[in-house]
Write a protein that binds this ligand. Structure first.
Ligand code: SAM
Length: 314
């Protein structure tokens, strides 16, 4: 994504986002053609085009995203759908309020494809990727107050280490936090490239000679992004509210990209199964087949879990 020089407005993303696990979702999602489908992470509208395309004029597609540029791109992509389309800039953790404002009590499908899109990752100005130099920002929602730079330069060493450990599952979090605190005494870290250098230096490894499959900055960047956007807190809120927001026979489908997210989904579905609310439709998470893994590398870490509501609301 880029900004227009004249207006500062966000423009059409250049990076194409290929929706993951589309075939797997198509095989499992069932809903009436005049039903209501919520795409809680509309992104560039890839999934929504497919699932909104199954709805008639009486059907309704509600798309949420915290990112204005994604909503604008989705709007363009979905303009020829037959069904009604409502796009809302809101966090999916507040789906209940969005539905209430639209006068809707319950829906047939809640779909969430978590994390960031390829376009957001490719946009250096968002500062999400350790592979591109940009401001240390990481906010998907520009209305949020705290950026990654605020955390990196503001948190105490122990809090920083705990954050990197908890959200990045980074075993070497203490060394990295110590390195950051030492570096920022000279000058606050403002760019993604500065943080990458500090991480690599703290761990005493070179990116060329490294043995690990993943880049040494991967886990720290993941941790900061999760914290800046409160990704796990918002996912928990959505999961907790979903049983009340689904019609009987309604389905919830969540695509996650790392174990912290997947664990929350797995335990929430189990809990709701025990409580008699959900039938779990994916005993094991569905993953991409070889063809999709080749075509779309992003799909390699994607896991899809789906549940169906079996009880009427109490
Ligand atoms: C992986 S992309 C979704 C791509 C989409 N399924 C498609 O096919 O184009 C995730 C999108 O969800 C948005 N997002 C992430 N967390 C969110 C949240 N808690 N509430 C609303 N939107 C969120 C991001 O801004 C991003 O646009």
């Amino acid at each position: 994504m880029s900004r227009s020089k004249e207006t500062g407005q966000l423009c059409e993303p250049k990076e194409v986002h290929t929706p993951v696990l589309l075939k797997a979702l198509s095989g499992i999602l069932r809903y009436p053609a005049d039903g209501t489908v919520v795409d809680a992470t509309i992104g560039y509208g890839g999934h929504a085009l497919e699932f909104g395309g199954r709805l008639t004029q009486k059907g309704l597609l509600i798309g949420l995203d915290v990112d204005n540029a994604s909503l604008a791109a989705a709007g363009r992509k979905l303009e020829n759908l037959n069904c009604r389309v409502e796009l809302v800039r809101e966090n999916f953790g507040r789906l209940d309020e969005v539905l209430e404002q639209s006068g809707i009590e319950q829906v047939d499908v809640i779909l969430a494809d978590l994390g960031v899109s390829s376009g957001q990752l490719a946009d250096a100005e968002r500062g999400i990727s350790f592979q591109r130099d940009g401001p240390l920002d990481m906010r998907m929602d520009t209305r949020l107050q705290k950026t990654a730079a605020d955390l990196v330069n503001g948190l105490g060493q122990d809090d920083l280490a705990n954050l990197i450990y908890k959200y990045g599952e980074e075993r070497r979090s203490r060394r990295i936090a110590r390195g950051i605190v030492t570096a920022r005494r000279q000058k606050p870290l403002e760019r993604t490239s500065e943080l990458v250098k500090v991480i690599v230096r703290s761990l005493g490894i070179t990116t060329k000679g490294r043995k690990s499959r993943i880049h040494p900055a991967t886990r720290t960047f993941q941790a900061l992004r999760i914290a800046v956007n409160d990704e796990l807190g918002q996912l928990e809120a959505l999961l907790q509210k979903a049983p009340q927001l689904l019609k009987t026979q309604g389905q919830i489908a969540i695509i996650s990209f790392h174990s912290l997210e997947d664990r929350l989904v797995k335990y929430n579905f189990r809990e709701n199964h025990k409580n008699g609310f959900y039938e779990i439709l994916t005993k094991k998470p569905l993953v991409a087949d070889n063809e999709e893994r080749q075509r779309n590398p992003r799909s390699r870490s994607a896991k899809l879990r789906v549940a169906r509501k079996v009880e009427a609301r109490q």
